[in-house]
Design a binder for this molecule. Sequence first.
Ligand code: ASP
Length: 341
Amino acid sequence: MDGQEIAEKRKRVLMIGTGGTIASELTDDGLAPGLTTEQLLKRAPGIGAFCRADCVQLFALDSTNMTPAHWQGIVRCIRENYDRYDGFVITHGTDTLAYTAAALSYMIQDSPKPIVLTGAQKPIGFDSTDSKENLSDAFCCASGDFPGVSIVFDHKIILGTRAKKTHSKSYSAFSSINYPELGVVRDGLALRFIRQECGAAPAFCEELDTKVALVKLTPGMGRELLDFLFARNDALVIESFGVGGVPETGGFYECLASWKTLGKIVVLTTQVENEGSDLAVYHVGHRLKNDLGVLEAYDMTTEAVLAKLMWILAGTRDPEEVARRFYTPVAMDMFPHRDGR
Ligand code: ASP
């Protein structure tokens, strides 16, 4: 095989740039995305060993500015290019990367091709940076047998529905929550522990109902904030304490009961990072589930709960069907529970 033939046999990967620290430069007002996706790709070392890469610049955003409309733009870009490439690398700011990864996991299901998100804690132009290794590792996975949506960061490969940003500064920014890492990448070699299930072809869905809100309970807060959010949204995710519940005073139970009657969807989750909810355990949670029929997140991340609700509510508003879809695992976002049967 000559050099030309070897080159043709390499996988084709499309890099989709969206901004983030990885593409940022120092300005007088702090870091801001400044490098084009092409400049970023040129600075990524050793990628030619894995694949032939093309790139497209979708956005140049600090991911703080990302919205569901940007998720839809990413999905559209992948759908339009799906047949032409063997894998995709999305460079993204780390701050909302876990939300995007969760959203893409519902909006592109069963993908047999890798869709890999990465970013960095330090810009690629800095002397000390994690950008180059993260990029190289992401291309390694996008050229390999890693179906579905994942995050590759600090040598870890994390399932898209299970990622959470757990460090704001150190290179090990992401953790896999309530699920093992899919694998690791070392010195240009990916070691896979778990292969994500996939279909023969991806199922794309671009519609989202973005009227899904999240509120974090704090000791002593009243129901007013919940009422405010219910009035403006179709679903409310409540991050409560421990395994889950709401205060027994202050009218919380009545608040949830009345908004549920009006067809609003309520999901209880926990502020605790690991091990998830179990509303049945305490009196403060038990009757929410038994009498009111609120949904609970169990072992799902809050990022996944929000994205899943946006995806479900775009397709149905029937409460029973919402519950059925919510408890049906997608991309291993939750372990199967009795509620799902
Ligand atoms: N603020 C940046 C962003 O999310 C942080 C980063 O990329 O690490 O775009």
